[in-house]
Ligand binder design. Structure first.
Ligand SMILES: [Zn+2]
Length: 453
């Protein structure tokens, strides 16, 4: 739509607060939206690109040569796609090293535990730590038995409900146990029962407690220790971890753009995080999110669709154990944060898309709800409350930018999240293509609307 024809449609813009009028203004986007969806779902390009990343480079923990290779690869590939202003924006990131690690029940009978040390954990002495295990079902039970924690290894055996509810045992359990004199902390893997699958993930030490080594163990092994404790068998565990933190190293966010044809200084960001944990291949978390965000621009370029505003893809570094990519972007782009119209993050997997979570004004919600209607054909037309993401968070909070997250059917996501099973074979090419279509349509239309959200 040209500037002149939009002027004729101005009454609809003025009345944008109501969903029905927003809908009328969106109708003009049916044709480009159909082309974007058709291009995305017409091939397996997104899945093939993710497979190439995860097979060729593999997982990408912050500070590793693998993440450096992924950054160089993404930069080169974006240039090959014909994206504009492609570059890497350096930030310093922490370098946590897992090293060799093991855990075993030593009595009443020897048993090897399926475990993964938690990110940012300290290690054990070379001989390991061996102690009786105090099994608790939550923080209250720990407090009730606090006197028994001293000199013991505390296991938080809390079945997974939602990630939001259960992750706190992983992130804060070590310091809670250490305050009562525990020598190490184990946590039941934060995920539904798998096939002896431990889930890693970051912990946060409190400054008021000693740093003790901490690891996640498979749900089956947590239940085994629970049964032993319930029988009064006083199970003993030996934990060995070489984990340590090295000095910060340089990493980077990768940025590419389709420059806006009328308002290039106004920006819609689409994004995912390129770093991952050091197990599995970082396919669902979050290589897939990177690729579907990037696809929005690749497909626009291929179809020669240049929106009014700039669409910028950002592949964040260091989401998993530091968030330095998101913080660095906020600091480096402070002067233009006020011109960010919308920031979208995809970090919940690229399974069957449902739509988006959104945080912003009611008027903006009416617009994005109308835009999502263009995705009804692929079932991605829901706008839910509460959009955001760990990486866009710092910028969104500082400049009150409307924020969005891609919502997908997450039934499979938390089964493989942060595990050795996070590999490309869990992802369906057609579902992933639909995620790319949803990102492309939402980013394009928001970037092209006559008035900003
Ligand atoms: Zn993630």
């Amino acid at each position: 739509m040209t500037r002149r024809t939009w002027a004729l449609a101005l009454p609809f813009v003025v009345l944008f607060g109501s969903t029905s009028n927003a809908q009328l203004a969106i109708d003009g986007y049916r044709e480009p939206a159909a082309r974007l969806v058709g291009e995305a779902v017409g091939s397996t390009f997104a899945w093939d690109r993710l497979a190439a990343l995860t097979d060729t480079i593999g997982n990408r923990l912050s500070g590793t040569p693998a993440l450096d290779r992924a950054i160089a690869w993404a930069t080169a590939e974006m240039k090959r796609d014909g994206l504009e202003n492609v570059h890497a924006e350096p930030v310093m990131v922490p370098r946590w090293v897992r090293g060799a690690e093991s855990a075993e029940i030593v009595s009443p009978a020897a048993h090897t535990i399926a475990m993964l040390g938690l990110g940012d954990s300290v290690g054990t002495p070379a001989a390991g730590v061996e102690a009786e295990v105090l099994v608790v079902r939550g923080f209250e039970e720990l407090e009730a038995h606090a006197a028994q924690a001293r000199g013991r290894i505390v296991l938080f055996n809390v079945p997974f409900t939602t990630y939001g509810e259960t992750v706190r045992f992983r992130s804060t359990g070590a310091s809670r146990a250490a305050r009562h004199g525990a020598v190490a902390m184990l946590v039941r893997a934060v995920g539904p029962p798998g096939l002896r699958t431990p889930h890693t993930g970051a912990l946060q030490y409190s400054s008021d407690a000693p740093k003790i080594p901490a690891a996640a163990i498979a749900t089956e092994d947590a239940d085994r220790l629970q049964r032993m404790a319930d029988r009064g068998q006083h199970p003993r565990v030996r934990l060995k971890m070489e984990a340590h933190v090295d000095a910060d190293v340089e990493s980077a966010n990768v940025v590419g753009e389709i420059r806006g044809r009328e308002k290039p200084d106004e920006i819609v960001v689409v994004s995912g995080h390129l770093d991952s944990w050091d197990v599995g291949a970082g396919a669902s978390d979050d290589g897939g999110g990177c690729v579907v965000a990037w696809e929005a621009l690749r497909i626009m370029k291929k179809l020669n669709l240049r929106p009014r505003r700039t669409v910028r893809v950002v592949l964040w570094t260091n989401e998993e154990n530091g968030g330095r990519g998101g913080l660095g972007y906020r600091d480096q782009h402070r002067g233009e944060l006020a011109r960010h119209v919308l920031m979208i993050e995809s970090d919940g997997g690229v399974f069957r898309p449902l739509g988006f979570g959104f945080t912003g004004s009611d008027a903006a919600r009416a617009k994005v709800t109308a835009i999502a209607g263009l995705l009804a054909g692929i079932g991605a037309d829901q706008i839910a409350a509460g959009g955001g993401g760990a990486d866009i968070g710092p910028s969104v909070q500082e400049a009150h930018i409307p924020a969005m997250s891609l919502d997908v059917d997450d039934a499979k996501y938390f089964l493989i999240h942060h595990t050795p099973a996070d590999t490309i074979d869990k992802i369906d090419p057609v579902e992933m293509a639909k995620c790319a279509a949803a990102m492309a349509v939402m980013a394009y239309v928001v970037a092209d609307l006559p008035e900003r959200l």
